[in-house]
Structure formats: structure tokens, C-alpha cells
Design a protein around this ligand. Sequence first.
Ligand SMILES: [Fe+2]
Ligand SMILES: [Fe+2]
Length: 328
Amino acid sequence: MTPSEKTLTAVPAADEAQEQQRFDELIAEDSRIEPTDWMPAAYRKTLTRQISQHAHSEIIGMQPEANWITRAPSLKRKAILMAKVQDEAGHGLYLYSAAETLGTPRDELVQQLLDGTAKYSSIFNYPARTWADIGAIGWLVDGAAICNQVPLCRASYAPYGRAMVRICKEESFHQRQGWEILYELSHGTPEQKQMAQEAINRFYGPALQMFGPPDDDSPNSKQSMAWNIKRFSNDELRQRFVDMIVPQAEALGLHFEDPDLKWNEERGHYDFGELDWSEFKAVIKGEGPCNVQRMQRRRQAHADGAWVREAAAAYAEKHHSADTSLIA
Ligand SMILES: [Fe+2]
Ligand SMILES: [Fe+2]
């Protein structure tokens, strides 16, 4: 626990039960918790972890796409991709700000990413091998992120919900740009269509795994749902995503290489095949194709940016002294 966390949670024991009751009432009536409200230590800890890991994912997620800015096939495509990658940086910043309101300073959260004690979404440990992969990332990865994140706009912790509203608006632009890249390719030469199909084949499984392990294997989900942080289970969100992307793939003239994928009249949903969870676990453990490269790049970028942080701190200090001398 950081010193600031201690201050925020320092409530005499007699009052604590009352505070807990008030918190439970707010959750029961689906109200929002603000940073100045009392909250249980476990709620604060869960949110700090979730929001900061979400921020880390946005920051690391810039890498596979930034790698394609100079190779995008036209000036227009470069400009669109650059705007998208900048959006992701912005998402990281909103989310670090939201996480900081829970009491842990940003430096500490960033350090957890750099020393490997914090995780980020495993999807970003896959490479973007071709231009079509940029389309597949936008359509499937940002698409899965939207399915996950739209319900988070109603998360009980208010700063998180507010950050998600803006993020989701930008994510829907990201998804459309990805779909449009694939549409152009799938309506181009046979080689371009093939490239689009191969990109989808690569990203289908990992994108479905973005919703996390199956419900039976996701012990923390229940508590997050009880706290109104999470509104739907991993499997519910995954199903919603599959139901959304199958007709979109048909509109592209492409398909998913899943022999079990078919409409189930009785359930009113698409059935789909078992995912490779051993691969998912291996990538989380650091054995994905790009884990080492992503972290090396992030550490290098952090070291390269040291002078900017120093200059910003010196500037803030100078202005702070000027302000206090005016007051005196
Ligand atoms: Fe994002
Ligand atoms: Fe995005």
C-alpha cells in the first residue's frame, strides 16, 4: 500500500462498518463511486490493477501498428494509421490518470510494467506480418476491445467509466478503418484477397481469447461483476463478439477457418470451436512470439524519454515556486 492509499483508507474501525454499508448501498442502487468516496481495499486494489493493465495494453499496443506507419501503402493510409496510433497513446494517458485517482502514482504503475510485475493484453505479443494484419488488428482486435469496453462505460468506478466513454468512440473509428482496409484487399487482386484471408486466420483465435479464459476458469470475474465493474462474463462477451463478426466476414467475402463455426437456430447464436488455451497461457507467461521484443522496445523508449520527464518536472517546479512567491 502506498502512503497516499493509506491516507485515503484511514477510517476509524467503528466507522468502517458504516462506510462499508454505504458503499454496498451505492453498488446495490447501481450508483457510482468517486475517488473521494470510501471504498473497500480489495475494490481499490482490483481497479488499480485492472485500469493500469488496461493502460499498459494501450501503450504496448501501439508497437505492432506503429511499425507499419512508414510502410502503409499510401499517404492517406499513413495519416489514418498515425492518427489511430496516437489515439492509443491518448487512451493510455486517460487510463493512467483514472488509475492514479485510486492513490498509486503513475511512476509506480509504469515501473510495474517495466519490471514485468504488471501484465498487458496478450494479443499485443503477436506480430503484424503484412499490411492485411493491420486491417485484421483494427477489425478484430479493436472490435473485441469495443465489445469488452462498451459495458465498462457503466463501471461502478466513475473515473474509469468516464474514460471509457471517450475511448469507445475512438475505438469504433479504429474498427471501421481496419474493416475498410480488409474490404479493399478482399475486393482487390486474388493475391490481396489471399493476404486478407491469411491475416484473419492468424488473428481469429487470439482475438477471441482477448475476452479472457472461459468463465469456469476465471475466478475473479464473479467479484468484479458483484462490484458492477464487469457487467457480462467472459463467455457472454465472446459470444456477442462472434455473433457480430460472422456476418461482417461474409460482407468482406472472407471466412473464419473454424469447422465448428455455424448458426445454432435453437440458441439463436453462432456455435464456435474450442480455443487453444495452452497457447493463451504460454503467451501470458512470456512465451509469445514478441513478448521479449515488446518489453525491450518499451524499456528503451522509457529510457529515451528520461530527459523529457526531467524537463517537465523542472518546468513544473519553476512554475510552482513562481506561484508560491506570488502568494507570499
Ligand atoms: Fe485503445
Ligand atoms: Fe484502438
